[in-house]
Design a protein around this ligand. Structure first.
Ligand code: G3P
Length: 217
């Protein structure tokens, strides 16, 4: 399972990279705004800064919603760095654009996916990644993890190569449950990765080992 971090915060990206288990980064316009990154030039520079920190794919999202503009914007993003994956929304022109990019060898991440049918379309169009938002489904009393299971089943039926990128991961149990179901990738906050470290028996066991070592020395 690949671990991506879902943030545009450079300090957190560095911290996750230094942990040695980071496979990539996802961003979106809201995450860029949260870091105060505004204006086209600053946003493009920030994507390059992220690529220079992490070894792996970096999703950069288009803000256009019509085919021609998505293509223009996506091609510009893809030219920034070889690690860039163009993130395209699950809309009709988005699907057309994903097919266009796929034919040109430009990798895409189809975002804002909330149903198995949307995920099937994204795979048919040739998306490298599909991003089902599990946390946002949980927010409205719908089982986000069940969506991951449904997509896994469909993709396995036809050996689709599109990777299931569980997005809107909010906490550590989401990560574990996605791993059990067989999501190819999860993207979440740094806390969802660091939470995997924690167990009280590890802490108390280590304290006892160190205490016993001191007694014998
Ligand atoms: O990758 C998509 C993600 O950023 C959405 O997360 O927590 O805003 O639902 P959230």
């Amino acid at each position: 399972m690949k671990f991506f971090i879902d943030t545009a915060n450079l300090a957190q990206i560095k911290e996750a990279q230094e942990l040695g288990v980071l496979d990539g980064v996802t961003t979106n316009p809201s995450l860029m705004a949260k870091e105060g990154i505004t204006g086209k030039d600053n946003i493009l520079k920030h994507y390059v800064d992220i690529c220079n920190i992490v070894d792996g794919d970096v999703s950069a999202e288009v803000i256009s919603t019509d085919f021609e503009s998505i293509i223009k914007e996506g091609e510009e993003l893809a030219e920034l760095h070889e690690q860039i994956v163009v993130k395209v929304p699950m809309i009709k022109d988005g699907i057309k654009a994903i097919k266009y990019f796929s034919d040109k060898g430009i990798r895409t991440n189809c975002t804002l996916v909330f149903s198995p049918g949307q995920a099937l379309l994204a795979a048919k169009a040739g998306a490298a990644y599909v991003s089902p938002f599990i946390g946002r489904l949980d927010d409205i009393s719908t089982d986000g993890l069940n969506l991951i299971a449904e997509i896994r089943h469909i993709y396995d039926n036809y050996a689709f190569e599109t990777e299931i990128l569980a997005a809107s991961v909010r906490h550590t149990m989401h990560v574990i449950d996605c791993a059990k179901i067989g999501a190819d990738v999860m993207t979440g906050p740094l806390s969802s990765i660091e939470g995997l470290l924690k167990h009280p028996l590890t802490d108390s066991g280590l304290a006892k080992f160190l205490e016993d070592y001191k007694k014998g020395n």
